[in-house]
Design a protein around this ligand. Structure first.
Ligand SMILES: N[C@@H](CCC(=O)N[C@@H](CS)C(=O)NCC(=O)O)C(=O)O
Length: 214
């Protein structure tokens, strides 16, 4: 499988976690021309990473890619269990993509003093913290999000939380995990595959920040 991704991309890490935890062979390459460029958008119209090549087409949107992989590789299922349990995996992954992560992403625009707007920045940081606390109401650690084994939902959050650990202090805050999220995060980061992919992203992000973040 061919995957367009970058180590700094948290959504790419999400898909790579699923691929590696399932033991699927894939090759990862940076998006040709860079993400959001006209060159890349000729292949992937939305210009985002991750994306995968399927026959002669490209699929983007991390959840769509992950569900496609699950359907194509039903062995070692990550989106598993009863219909309700599968819905819980999708619900948590969607909560990550639509409710939580976008507020962290929007802080990037405020790292550059030329575009920094403190009111907007703090509104996103407040919302990110609030939504991280809300996560406490959405699952019971078992220790993983839906059952006793790493699954689909568990792939969504690790890279985002690791990124928040880096970004919050830059903005004068400290990342606070609720007690359930802390139990889950310790368990998920105890998995070697998760730890290695997340730490690759952390290192790439630190390198990017140290080089000026441009
Ligand atoms: N909803 C998308 C979000 C992907 C996304 O925002 N990826 C970032 C990198 S982590 C990106 O490609 N940004 C470029 C852009 O937004 O134009 C998904 O789930 O794949």
């Amino acid at each position: 499988m061919e995957l367009f991704s970058l180590p700094v991309s948290t959504y790419s890490s999400k898909v790579r976690l699923l691929l590696e935890l399932k033991g699927i062979d894939y090759t990862a390459a940076p998006p040709p021309g860079g993400y959001s460029t006209p060159e890349y958008m000729q292949l992937v119209p939305l210009g985002t990473i991750p994306a995968i090549k399927v026959e002669n087409e490209y699929l983007s949107e991390s959840d769509v890619i992950m569900e496609y992989i699950e359907e194509q590789h039903p062995e070692k299922p990550m989106l598993r269990g009863s219909a309700l349990e599968r819905a819980k995996h999708r619900y948590l992954a969607r909560y990550h993509d639509l409710w939580l992560e976008p507020h962290l992403r929007r802080t990037f625009a405020h790292m550059d003093p030329a575009t920094n707007d403190d009111v907007e920045l703090n509104a996103h940081l407040d919302k990110f913290e609030e939504r991280l606390q809300k996560l406490e109401e959405l699952f019971e650690p078992q220790p993983f999000m839906v059952d006793g084994e790493i699954g689909y939902a568990d792939c969504a959050f690790p890279a985002t939380i690791a990124l928040a650990e880096i970004l919050m202090p830059i903005f004068g805050r400290k990342l606070k995990l609720g007690s359930k999220t802390a139990v889950w995060y310790k368990a998920v980061m105890g998995n070697e595959t998760v730890n290695s992919i997340v730490n690759e992203g952390v290192q790439a992000t630190l390198d990017w920040l140290n080089s000026g973040g441009g």
